[in-house]
Design a protein around this ligand. Structure first.
Ligand code: KG4
Ligand code: ZN
Length: 351
């Protein structure tokens, strides 16, 4: 890859959950981002069924690769490296992407990077807004993770500052949506329904807000109490025979989640003296989170970056973005016996 080391063409493969994502980037330029989702196959179960997801990846992956090549105006022979999510995620689902990546790497004679899904959610912003300032505070909010991160040197070094002690932010959105009878996945539905609701209608609890919590858990989150409070509130309302005001509940819950996420983000920036922040992960698609984070960061003098919503939810471009970053930094490809790791820690960007 020596001739094109500054602008490698990287194919990214994402199969950690229910989205089969194939992205192609050249350097930091996005050339293709194809997605096939099996979300509708899971909806009637109210959550992602791993076996169903794995089979769907197997059917979708080759056509998605072909579509991505067509969109980028390339053939596989133009690819300089392959990057694939090695974890965290559902092991059976990850295996489909990893096996495909290894086969492509061997067939094309190019390096394969087994990369971290969480780090990819942060690095993807580079495709839109250029190199991440060093250092940057990252707020990572997805269906399985919620963390505050200190990101140095474009994500090759990620130091966790705090994380959720129980449910992830996306999980909280999805569980509350279920309580309200909204379809799966609930996050986007809460976002939509909340537009017609009053965010101040119900004062739902902000987790870890008791005396002493700020000192003990300055950058952590807790959302399980919120879910319980909403369940109690809905049950009490149903017991009166009155209709549950779904829009008001959705708006109030969303406000509680977003308030906690954004206040912790700004505290982390202030305490560490870091004036750049980035938000990544599926929940970063939330319109209220985007607006409140922007307002609070502006007030605190923090320069905030959030990728477009299509780059926030799971996709292949984010994996390609991290692979490209690694290739341009001269990092060697992963040994071809690298494994899928359901709980790969965020500190480990690559195998
Ligand atoms: O990052 P992601 O696509 O997959 C994981 O890596 O988990 O995140 C999925 C999560 C789900 O919980 C989904 O409900 C949530 O992101 N989500 C949203 C929105 N769009 C997706 N949550 C709130 N508002 C949204 N607009
Ligand atoms: Zn994700």
């Amino acid at each position: 890859m020596s001739l094109r080391a500054d602008l490698p063409v990287v194919l990214g493969i994402e199969t950690s959950c229910d989205e089969t994502g194939i992205g192609i980037v050249r350097g930091r330029e996005l050339l293709a981002n194809e997605i096939a989702s099996s979300v509708e196959e899971h909806a009637r179960f109210g959550g992602v069924v791993p076996e169903v997801a794995s089979r769907a990846h197997l059917e979708a992956i080759e056509p998605a690769i072909t579509r991505a090549c067509v969109a980028a105006g390339m053939t596989l022979r133009d690819i300089d490296a392959v990057a694939v999510t090695a974890g965290p995620g559902l092991v059976g689902a990850l295996l489909v992407g990893v096996a495909t990546a290894k086969a492509l790497g061997v067939a094309l004679g190019v390096p394969v990077y087994g990369v971290n899904h969480l780090a990819s959610h942060v690095v993807v912003d580079e495709l839109q807004h250029g190199p991440l300032p060093d250092p940057t505070i990252g707020l990572l909010v997805s269906g399985g993770h919620s963390s505050l991160l200190l990101v140095a040197d474009d994500a090759s070094t990620i130091t966790p500052l705090g994380q959720t002690l129980d449910d992830a932010a996306g999980e909280a959105f999805d569980k509350v949506a279920r309580l309200l009878g909204l379809p799966f996945p609930g996050g986007p539905w809460i976002d939509r329904v909340a537009l017609d609701g009053d965010p101040a209608a119900i004062a739902f609890p902000r987790g870890l807000n008791n005396p002493g919590d700020r000192e003990r858990y300055p950058y952590d989150f807790s959302f399980s109490g919120l879910k319980t409070a909403v369940a109690r509130w809905v049950r009490a309302r149903e017991a009166t025979g009155e209709a549950v005001p779904v829009a008001d509940v959705a708006a109030s819950v969303q406000e509680a989640i977003v308030d906690v996420l954004t206040s912790r983000l700004v505290s982390a920036c202030r305490d560490t003296g870091v004036s750049h922040a980035v938000i990544g992960g599926g929940v970063a698609a939330n319109s209220r989170l985007r607006a409140m984070a922007q307002a609070r960061c502006d007030a605190a003098g923090v320069e905030l970056r959030i990728p477009s919503t299509a780059l926030c939810t799971d996709n292949g471009a984010m994996v390609a973005a991290l692979g490209s970053r690694l290739a341009r930094s001269g990092v060697a490809g992963s040994p071809l016996d690298f494994a899928t790791t359901s709980n790969l820690p965020v500190t480990r960007s690559v195998w």
